[in-house]
Write a protein that binds this ligand. Structure first.
Ligand code: 4AD
Ligand code: MG
Length: 461
């Protein structure tokens, strides 16, 4: 039984032969004595055209099948070089696998993405999501391929952890205690020593700290897994559950880190342009008319680089009225990030060397004592897709920083030991997988690039 993908890849191999194909009806047009079915079998973006006529014993039943009915067809595969379709399947037998009702929600008209989110279990059967999620799958493969070809070791970092890698406190608690009746300590606080792990635990916000431990053993590693953030920002770019890729490289500094990030992004984009041309053409026609041209240009161009200090000056000089004023020392807001990458550079840009006050404790302090060796990669349309840095490998400087931030040394005892036993300069970054998919497809809401999105107040499915 061939897949539709194979029929499209090597039609000559099947020409004139009898084949068996299974799939779902996308559309059906029927007249008195014959009809056409556009069949999608899930293996390929395009449909297979099926023709049938009243020589079928069940012709009148087939004529009434609703959209999304699952069927198997036995028929002759014929090339039709003169027609709009390159080939078609002339049905000799159509077997009903599973009926679909008349009230199937995905009728042949345009639906809003908002509406389609409410039927997340059915939306992958339509064109847009079919394209998005095949691209997502291919991009995941391309990322593994990129790192594996370069000898990086894939590390599975824990999902449940006792550490707060970002020191930002936006974590989902994991506990076996009864929330209605938790054990209390003498001073009335929840007694986490009675909890499963004997201490308070949470879902991971980043695998980085564990990744650093493995980079200092394997030199080059990467993680690729789900990440959780309880930040209550109801935006088009934030999800409570998202996937992150976190490479970590030893004997490396910030410039190596940026080069790796740029190479990786270009590799994945090239892979998708080459291997998902139908899907990319679809996005280009229906989502963003300049997408393919822009991505093609980008893979052959160099990303821009500015320091945070330069970026602040550029934004101030731009004369643009922002909702939030830009001042040295404050974090860049989405509006600033997008202005930089969309209006000033019109290219992906790395912003480096942020003030230490607005970045995480593990970033390496620069010689000026004010900034850290951080890098954020901003892209047009999305904003930040990568956050990374060179790590503080000097134990005394790290301890000083942690003390100033009020972080508890005991909580990070093993992380600190990495600096004691052969610590080497190292760097890494985190790529938000959904944001990369948004960038490559032109989709503008994170809820539309993850199969079952977890955002505040929404966890159906
Ligand atoms: O900038 P972030 O917070 O960096 C880290 O977590 C570092 N530990 C990474 C590292 O150096 N290993 O997050 C990295 C990226 C962001 O640039 C963004 O693309 C994505 O993760 N991200 C989110 N994506 C979707 N929803 C959210 N709530 C996200 N928070 C971060
Ligand atoms: Mg960040």
């Amino acid at each position: 039984m061939p897949y539709v993908k194979e029929l499209y890849t090597k039609p000559e191999d099947f020409a004139g032969k009898e084949v068996l194909v299974s799939g779902w009806i996308r559309t059906s047009r029927v007249s008195k004595s014959f009809g056409f079915i556009e069949l999608n079998d899930g293996t390929f973006f395009k449909n297979l055209q099926v023709v049938f006529d009243d020589t079928l014993p069940n012709f009148s039943d087939v004529s009434k099948y609703h959209i999304s009915t699952a069927i198997t067809i036995k028929g002759d595969f014929v090339l039709t070089p003169e027609a709009k379709q390159p080939f078609e399947l002339k049905a000799k037998e159509i077997i009903l696998e599973g009926e679909s009702s008349a009230d199937y929600p995905l009728q042949k008209k345009r639906h809003t993405f908002e509406y389609l989110r409410t039927i997340a279990h059915l939306r992958p059967r339509g064109n847009t999501y079919s394209a998005v999620f095949r691209v997502r799958s291919m991009a995941a493969y391309a990322i593994h391929k990129f790192f594996q070809e370069r000898g990086f070791v894939y590390v599975h970092t824990p999902i449940i952890t006792g550490s707060d890698a970002e020191g930002a406190g936006e974590m989902f608690r994991v506990s076996t205690l009864d929330p209605m009746n938790p054990p209390l300590t003498e001073d009335g606080k929840i007694d986490y020593s009675k909890d499963f792990f004997g201490k308070s635990s949470n879902l991971t916000v980043s695998g980085q700290l564990n990744g650093e431990a493995y980079a200092l053993a394997f030199r080059n590693i990467y993680t690729f897994g789900p990440t959780f953030r309880a930040e209550n920002s109801n935006t088009a770019r934030h999800a409570a559950e998202f996937w992150m890729i976190e490479p970590e490289i030893a004997f490396a500094e910030l410039s190596d880190n940026m080069q790796l990030a740029e190479d990786m992004l270009k590799y994945v984009i090239r892979y998708i342009l080459e291997n998902a041309p139908e899907e990319m053409q679809f996005f280009n026609s229906f989502i963003d008319k300049t997408l393919v041209e822009r991505l093609n240009f980008l893979v052959d161009s160099e990303f821009k680089k500015v320091t945070y200090t330069e970026a602040v000056e550029l934004l101030q000089k731009s004369g643009k009225e922002f909702d939030y004023k830009v001042e040295w020392g404050t974090d860049l807001q989405t509006e600033h990030e997008r202005y930089l990458t969309e209006e000033i550079f019109n290219m992906p840009v790395f912003v480096t060397d942020y003030p230490k006050e607005i970045k995480a404790f593990y970033m390496r302090l620069n010689d000026d004592g004010k900034t850290v060796a951080a890098m954020d990669c901003l892209v047009p349309g999305v904003g930040e897709i990568i956050g990374g840095s060179q790590r503080e490998e000097r134990l005394d400087v790290l301890l000083d920083r942690m003390n100033k931030l009020g972080l508890n040394e005991e909580d990070y005892w093993w992380y600190l030991e990495l600096r004691k036993y052969g610590g080497a300069k190292h760097a890494g970054f985190g790529l938000g997988f959904e944001r990369l998919i948004m960038y490559m497809t032109g989709m503008t809401n994170i809820r539309d690039v993850i199969p079952f999105p977890r955002t505040p107040k929404s966890s159906d499915f």
